[in-house]
Design a protein around this ligand. Sequence first.
Ligand SMILES: NC(=O)c1ccc[n+]([C@@H]2O[C@H](COP(=O)([O-])OP(=O)(O)OC[C@H]3O[C@@H](n4cnc5c(N)ncnc54)[C@H](OP(=O)(O)O)[C@@H]3O)[C@@H](O)[C@H]2O)c1
Length: 301
Amino acid sequence: MSLPSARVLILGAGGQLGAQLARSMMADGLQESVTALGRAELDFADPEALRAAVRAHSPQILVNAAAYTAVDRAESEPELAFAVNATAPGILAEEMARRNGWLLHYSTDYVFDGSGTAPWRETDPTGPLNVYGASKLAGEQAIAAVGARHLIFRTSWVYAAEGRNFLHTMLRLGRERDRLSIVADQIGAPTSAEVLSEATAQLIARLHDGIEPPCGIYHMSCSGETSWFGFAEAIFAAFAERQPAPTLTPIATSDYPTPARRPRNSRLDGSLLAQNLDLRLPDWRDAFAAVVTALGVPASR
Ligand SMILES: NC(=O)c1ccc[n+]([C@@H]2O[C@H](COP(=O)([O-])OP(=O)(O)OC[C@H]3O[C@@H](n4cnc5c(N)ncnc54)[C@H](OP(=O)(O)O)[C@@H]3O)[C@@H](O)[C@H]2O)c1
């Protein structure tokens, strides 16, 4: 892939996606044009620091992978969740509008209420069930209201070879317990940070080449679908030779109460992404196999 020399600023570099973005762009020899900042360098709850950082780095493309992602804790910290997920993206959009640059930002399937079984399209009505989803929706709206050139990617069930995520939680719990009960009535598509990073890098390369896609919201998750139970089965099958698999029991959401309500239907329709941006994400099983391989487990297992 041809890669850009435009100044790119990646925020959220300590997170699953931000770290993967930074790693892959640095590995492609872009150290001079890419800057990646994590929470230690920049606190999203500090609007003035955020403005100053964007002005100091003066990026042509800003990729925001930072977010308050503690879905349950957000129920008791709504102000902080909204500061990071709604106010801060609006500020980033203002700063990018000032320099006529592009803001690439990520949002979530949790903007929807999870009703029905059809994959959600970008035009479907939103209706977040929890504070995190409401704060991410407010972030989308703040960016759109500013009118900066932007792409917002709603994704789902993000995990990576590294980082805190369902994959590593399952492997840890599997080592600690003989039996696990896993929710089987929330349906979506696990989406690896590696796949999101690759799609983002392709878009950055195109922006650099002067190919400007239509601004707006795009659904960007792996194709196919499963439940958390199905994902857990796939995880333990893939790691069967590394650690014994616990007995898995499918349970209903109502059997696993959490502070934040979660949508049952997290399917995202990727048609617009294919139509407008010519991007098609792989089936979640293929993306998962690649992550398993990256963790040193042969893909055939
Ligand atoms: N994870 C998912 O399942 C999921 C699903 C759908 C959409 N998304 C979206 O995808 C994007 C990437 O998510 P991810 O999975 O990579 O999340 P992640 O691993 O939780 O990374 C988010 C990063 O943001 C940082 N952050 C949080 N509060 C901050 C603050 N006040 N100032 C500066 N940085 C702060 C976090 O730092 P700390 O680690 O120090 O808190 C972390 O490094 C986000 O927009 C998220 O909303 C994620």
